[in-house]
Write a protein that binds this ligand. Structure first.
Ligand code: NI
Length: 173
């Protein structure tokens, strides 16, 4: 297993749509395992492949709380099949927009179909934090960031700060 470098805003790859996974093989499983290790090390609760520069429609997540047993999920080629009428709001963050958080409103529940780490078709009905995380990560597959769900004023403030922080960081090395 290996830790993969996480790309951050304003890397243009984060704004691109990823393409479907064609074959679930050992090489792909290795990448998914590396993504999971990278996510745990960050630490984070979800990571989409594009966040490590791989433009494939797959993600890993684990919303187990500290002290609970790990509960990793590997999701390949997810497709939404149902969303609830009721919404929930949560203060979201993202490993690609470090140290910035904002309240985002999303459907409270979601059902998807996807392929498992073994390439088997499966369905998942997610609620609570799992539903939020899943929608956030699926957005990444279409080049959408959580800040795209908030007001332009707040979004631009966060993006400007991130660009400025990156420039300072680059100037220091
Ligand atoms: Ni994210």
């Amino acid at each position: 297993m290996a830790l993969l470098p996480i790309i951050t805003v304003p890397d243009p790859r984060l704004l691109t749509a990823s393409t479907p996974v064609e074959a679930v093989d050992d090489a792909l499983r290795q990448t998914l395992d590396d993504m999971l290790e990278t996510m745990y090390a960050a630490p984070g609760i979800g990571l989409a492949a594009i966040q490590v520069g791989i433009a494939k429609r797959m993600l890993v997540m684990d919303v187990a709380r500290e002290g609970e047993e790990r509960d990793p999920l590997f999701i390949i080629n997810p497709e939404v099949i149902w969303v609830s009428d009721d919404d929930q709001s949560y203060e979201e963050g993202c490993l690609s927009l470090p140290e910035h958080y904002a309240e985002v409103v999303r459907p409270a529940e979601i059902k998807i179909k996807y392929l498992t780490r073994d390439g088997a078709p499966a369905e998942l009905h997610a609620t609570g934090l799992k539903a939020i995380c899943l929608q956030h990560e699926m957005d990444h597959l279409d080049g959408i960031l959580f800040v795209d769900h908030i007001s332009a004023l707040k979004r631009n403030m966060i993006l400007r700060k991130l660009v400025k922080a990156k420039r300072l960081q680059e100037a220091n090395v």
